[in-house]
Design a protein around this ligand. Structure first.
Ligand code: 5RP
Length: 230
C-alpha cells in the first residue's frame, strides 16, 4: 500500500459517516480531495447533501464532481466536517495549513457539530511541532507579527518569500513558524490568537472529534472520547 492508497482508504472510511440531508464541510489538500471524489461518486448514485468548501480549490473540485455547494458566509452550523491534517498527536490535537487554508478550515471546524480528520500514518506524531505552524497574517502587520512570533520563541518564514509572498484565499500572507516541539499547544494557541494582525493559525487544539488514520491499508478510527487527555 502506498501513501495515496492509505489517504484514500481513510477518506472512504470517513465518508461512511455522511448521511442524506447533511450539510458537510469539505476540507482542503490531497487527502481531503479523496473525500470530495468519494462524496461526488455517492451524489451521482443519489446521495442528497449540501456542502461548504474550506478553499476555492475545494469548491472548484466539489463543483466538478457535482456536489451542491452553499456559501460559507450564509452558514452557521455544519453537521459534519471532514478534513486532512499535517500532523496529529495522541490527544487528537493537530497542526493544519500546509495548503494555506487553515483560517477557513478552522471556521468550518468550529461551526461543525462533528469534525473528523483523515490521514495516512505519516501524520501521527508523539508531540506536535515536527511541522512548522502556518499562521495567516494581515499583510500590513507583517513586520510586527514576525517580531512578536520571534518573541514567543518561533522562527517565522514568510511563505513564498519577500519578493512574492503566497496569498491566502482571503488575500493575507502566511508565516510558517517553527516552534520546535510544542509543549503546551493550548497556551500557544491562545497566545497566537491574541496577537493583533493574526487572522488565524493552524493549531487545532479541541476541534477534532475523531481521526481516521490508515496505515498499510488498515484504517483505525480514534475518537476523542477514547483518546488520552493532554
Ligand atoms: C490545508 C490543510 C491540509 O488538510 C493539510 O495540509 C493536509 O494536506 P494533505 O492531505 O495534502 O497532506 O490543512 O490547509
Amino acid at each position: 500500500m502506498n501513501r495515496d492508497s492509505d489517504k484514500q482508504a481513510a477518506a472512504v472510511a470517513a465518508v461512511a459517516e455522511v448521511q442524506n440531508g447533511m450539510l458537510v464541510g469539505l476540507g482542503t489538500g490531497s487527502t481531503a480531495a479523496f473525500v470530495i471524489s468519494e462524496i461526488g461518486r455517492l451524489c451521482a448514485e443519489g446521495l442528497r447533501i449540501e456542502a461548504v468548501g474550506t478553499s476555492l480549490a475545494t469548491e472548484a473540485h466539489a463543483r466538478e464532481v457535482g456536489i451542491p455547494l452553499r456559501d460559507l458566509a450564509s452558514v452557521a452550523v455544519i453537521d459534519l466536517a471532514i478534513d486532512g491534517t499535517d500532523e496529529f498527536d495522541p490527544s487528537l490535537r493537530a497542526i493544519k495549513g500546509a495548503g494555506g487554508a487553515m483560517l477557513r478550515e478552522k471556521i468550518v471546524a468550529a461551526a461543525a457539530r462533528r469534525m473528523v480528520v483523515v490521514a495516512d500514518g505519516s501524520k501521527r506524531v508523539a508531540q506536535l511541532g515536527h511541522a512548522a505552524l502556518p499562521i495567516e497574517v494581515l499583510p500590513l502587520a507583517r513586520a510586527y507579527v514576525a517580531d512578536v512570533l520571534a518573541a514567543c520563541g518561533g522562527l517565522p518564514t514568510l511563505r513564498g518569500g519577500d519578493a512574492s509572498p503566497t496569498l491566502t484565499d482571503q488575500g493575507n500572507i502566511i508565516f510558517d513558524c517553527d516552534f520546535g516541539p510544542i509543549d503546551d499547544p493550548a497556551l500557544l494557541a491562545r497566545r497566537l490568537s491574541a496577537i493583533p494582525g493574526v487572522m488565524g493559525h493552524g493549531l487545532f487544539v479541541d476541534e477534532v472529534d475523531a481521526v481516521y488514520v490508515a496505515d498499510q491499508g488498515v484504517v483505525e478510527r480514534i475518537e476523542r472520547s477514547a483518546a488520552p487527555s493532554p
